[in-house]
Design a protein. Structure first.
Lengths: 257, 360
């Protein structure tokens, strides 16, 4: 089994006259929490969208667990094994929490309309597996008791957790979290950190876009700093933190304490 | 818990008995009343079919009546002398006319409507909301205009005159077009159709319910709620939407077959835009995506106008004929719709707030 989960070389994306990403290389190892940081407009979300197939890249090669993939269709990428959450939470609001997670199982299950209408044995077994797995994942992220609540009725922090549970349900090789701590208060951030830690300890790999420097530096095994679509630093957080280019572009001079 | 379950059982059994004897209770007042509930049952089927497209997958379809029309014409063509009169080949091959079993025709109609549903769905995949509504509305009209004009140069649909002398349904040796005399009881034709339609409605509800609680049903609802998130979860939204269009359309096709057999006559007039809008209104007014709500919406919107037709008479007399029954009827329905939408914006009987109960 390949140790490298995601390998991106030379990823580029241009919007008209704006080079949103130029020649970005990233390598993420199994079991890592990998941080992607940078000031607003640096190209973090663009990179995310390119990676997950929402935007078609202008160039670059993409490899997931040793298998080359083309990020051209979002659902194909999810099937290949990258699950994501969204910066502005996108849940299935009128469905219950457990149904949200059950949708995440769709891509790993197979029953069709006929199976559903005739309730075949295969269908029933699969349905049971889906429901159990979903309930398990809800408990895993800590919102098991809200299973039958509609997603939109959950609190903000719980909605974030539900999104993570839904992403986990697709059995991803890589979980990509787009600013999961945005809008969270201090307590929620601590809890989120614990959750991400737990997910990593279960030998899953996480790509994290985050603004909260403390969270990123404390949590990530490696980071890439983007500025104006270019990678300006890469490596272990403690080293990157001291990089003069990073300090100038992002952290600010007063940060070295 | 147990008592409520038992109460539910009792209510259910009472409803079942009532549904079984309903035609006998209504028959003394005249066959027209049974006819009304027959039509209501057909509309329930249509509304449930559209509910798959609009309620589950969230695709606003204003041309749904086109599939009803397709089903009706498939049966009309296969079960009336029309094709034999106009095409020598068919007259030679089927000297006694084409009279396929109703099961075959139903399958053909469901298939044709389903395929056309997918064909019409394909170009609209990238459209949403109002844009989708406008395009589907156009498709609905196109089908109707085709039916209206396909009497030249080759007479296929018989144009505005429509198809006549369509066979009634024949099942298990029973001709639904004639009263059935069992010796001790005489069941009118309209009542026979009532039982057939009731059976089909029950089957439709059963299928819808099972689909709703399945992998595909959940995927449709996910698309309705947030298409981008659905894609990011690995859902192939293109195929799923086409499946919803096809599935919904085939229900429309089957009810069309029943409509043609029941009336014995079809013409393009029955499939106007107004019909499509009424079916959408049934789904929305009843409760999008909630089967009992949709059934209720169909009962009210299909039944109420007919009941009002009877009730409006006295009111017209009261006002010395200044209020024509037709106007009064439309006025009352419009009023009812406005009041419902103001007081219950999520429909008369929407999906319950907290999913299922929290106690397990």
């Amino acid at each position: 089994m390949s140790d490298i989960v995601l390998k991106v070389s030379d990823a580029s994306k241009r919007f008209g006259g704006l080079q949103a990403l130029s020649n970005v290389d990233i390598e993420i190892r199994r079991g890592q929490v990998y941080g992607l940081i940078g000031p607003n407009g640096a190209g973090k979300t663009t990179f995310f969208n390119v990676l997950t197939g929402l935007y078609t890249p202008d160039g670059g090669t993409f490899e997931l667990a040793g298998q080359a993939y083309k990020p051209t269709a979002v659902h194909e990428v999810a099937k290949a094994g990258i699950a994501r959450t969204f910066q502005n939470i996108r849940l299935f609001a009128e469905m219950t929490a457990v149904e949200n997670v059950m949708v995440g199982r769709h891509v790993r299950t197979h029953s069709n309309l006929l199976g559903a209408i005739f309730r075949t044995k295969a269908f029933r077994t699969e349905e049971k597996e889906i429901a159990e797995r979903a309930q398990e994942l809800l408990a895993y992220v800590g919102i098991g008791h809200y299973a039958d609540y509609k997603a939109r009725t959950l609190s903000y922090g719980d909605q974030r957790r539900l999104e993570i549970a839904r992403a986990l349900a697709t059995d991803p090789q890589l979980i990509a979290l787009d600013e999961p701590a945005a809008g969270m208060n201090a307590t929620e951030k601590v809890q989120l950190r614990e959750l991400i830690d737990r997910i990593r300890n279960d030998n899953r790999t996480i790509l994290l876009i985050e603004h909260d420097v403390k969270l990123v530096m404390g949590l990530c095994d490696a980071v890439t700093v983007l500025d104006y679509g270019k990678c300006i630093a890469q490596g272990v957080p403690s080293v990157v933190q001291k990089d003069p280019a990073v300090i100038e572009a992002y952290l600010g001079v007063g940060h070295q304490g | 818990m147990f008592t409520s379950k038992r109460n539910k059982m009792i209510v259910f059994l009472l409803a079942a008995v009532l549904l079984m004897v309903a035609p006998f209770l209504l028959q003394p007042f005249g066959n027209s009343w049974v006819r009304i509930i027959d039509m209501v049952l057909l509309y329930i089927m249509l509304a449930l079919g559209l509910n798959i497209v609009v309620g589950y997958a969230g695709l606003l379809d204003l041309g749904y009546v086109a599939f009803f029309a397709l089903g009706a014409y498939v049966f009309g063509l296969l079960a009336s002398p029309h094709l034999g009169e106009h095409f020598a080949v068919i007259a030679q091959t089927f000297p006694g006319g084409i009279h396929y079993s109703i099961w075959v025709v139903m399958a053909v109609a469901a298939f044709v409507a389903g395929v056309v549903g997918m064909l019409l769905g394909a170009p609209t995949l990238k459209l949403r909301g109002d844009y989708l509504a406008i395009v589907t509305l156009g498709f609905g009209e196109i089908i109707r205009i085709f039916l209206l004009n396909l009497d030249r140069p080759v007479n296929i649909t018989n144009g505005p005159k429509g198809l006549m002398q369509i066979d009634s349904v024949k099942l298990f040796g029973i001709d639904f077009g004639r009263p059935l005399d069992l010796g001790w009881i005489r069941i009118e034709s309209v009542s026979l159709y009532y039982y057939l339609f009731l059976f089909l409605v029950v089957v439709t509800i059963f299928i819808c319910y099972r689909i709703e609680n399945s992998r595909i049903g959940r995927a449709w609802m996910a698309i309705r709620e947030d298409e981008i998130a659905a894609k990011a979860m690995g859902l192939n939204t293109r195929n799923l939407k086409l499946m919803a269009f096809g599935m919904g359309a085939s229900f429309g096709g089957v009810s069309g077959v029943m409509f043609a057999a029941f009336q014995g006559f079809v013409s393009p007039e029955s499939f106007s835009l107004m019909e499509s809008i009424m079916i959408v209104a049934m789904v929305v007014l009843g409760g999008l995506g909630h089967i009992p709500g949709v059934v209720l919406g169909a009962i009210l919107l299909a039944g109420l106008p007919e009941v009002l037709r009877h009730a409006a008479g006295p009111l017209t007399q009261l006002t010395d004929g200044r209020l024509a029954p037709e106007i009064l009827r439309q006025l009352l329905i419009a009023l009812a719709m406005i009041v419902i939408m103001i007081t219950r914006p999520r429909g008369l009987w929407p999906r319950p707030e907290h999913g299922k109960t929290l106690l397990k």
